[in-house]
Design a protein around this ligand. Structure first.
Ligand code: GLN
Length: 239
């Protein structure tokens, strides 16, 4: 992204996948960019509309099983997201959106449903719903502090060799194998709601850095820090 241009955020399918407040991720990115003097333009792409290819950061949220299946079909047919990622766009995909990025995921009866194949992952249905707070140690290569959030999903996700785990779970289920989320290139997938970027401003800044190619000046994180500390104190076992 050239230094004088606008940062373009694309919020995918708010009419299908916006159940758990994940739209807050868009607001956090907008605010954190603007506070650093980066102008922002956000496009909300409804599921009947084509996904623009010229975005810098794409966001997709969690949702119920049926809208998730519909969203996967439409994204596959549309192809815009693939072209955007091939161009080097960054992306944050949460829960249902995360599962959609893989080769397959479990439908409402556990039937395999095709994903869109942007991440080397495959999801199915686990034996029990994973609900509750999640704390996970982030891959040190990313320079992002411990992740916090909450999860609510039936899915279990297997990571292939083409992705790295985003983090290792301390509390909660995540992918179901001791890891939580994954990333490849500039594409991040996670089970974290909260919304994830309000709980984890370091993750927001990672996406902004990837998208702008610039070192970001520090932001005032008083409120973010308070929220993180409160949640971590409530969730982590007392020492
Ligand atoms: N329907 C998916 C599951 O239960 C995703 C749920 C979600 O997005 N929170 O695994």
């Amino acid at each position: 992204m050239p230094s004088d241009s606008v940062l373009r955020l694309v919020w995918i399918y708010p009419d299908l996948l916006s159940t758990y407040g994940d739209q807050g991720n868009v607001l956090v990115l907008e605010q954190r960019a603007r506070r650093r003097g980066i102008p922002v333009e956000t496009v909300h792409v409804r599921s009947a509309d084509p996904v623009p290819e010229s975005g810098d950061i794409y966001l997709i949220g969690g949702g119920e099983d049926r809208p998730q299946i519909l969203a996967a079909e439409r994204l596959r047919r549309d192809g815009g997201l693939h072209r955007a990622v091939a161009r080097g766009a960054a992306m944050l995909a949460v829960c249902a959106g995360y599962q959609i990025m893989g080769s397959t995921f479990g439908g409402e009866e556990g039937q395999p449903v095709d994903g869109i194949g942007l991440l080397d992952i495959a999801s199915g249905r686990g034996g029990a719903r994973a609900v509750g707070e999640l704390v996970a140690e982030t891959d040190p290569a990313l320079g992002v502090p411990t992740l916090t959030g909450f999860e609510n999903h039936m899915g279990v996700t297997r990571l292939g060799p083409g992705v790295r785990p985003l983090s290792r779970t301390v509390v909660g289920t995540g992918n179901g194998d001791g890891t939580e989320g994954c990333y490849a290139g500039k594409v991040v997938g996670t089970y974290l709601h909260g919304p994830a970027l309000a709980r984890n401003p370091g993750l927001a800044d990672l996406l902004l850095t990837w998208a702008t190619g610039a070192q970001l000046p520090p932001a005032d994180d008083t409120w973010f820090t308070r929220l993180r500390e409160e949640r971590l104190a409530a969730v982590l076992p007392r020492q």
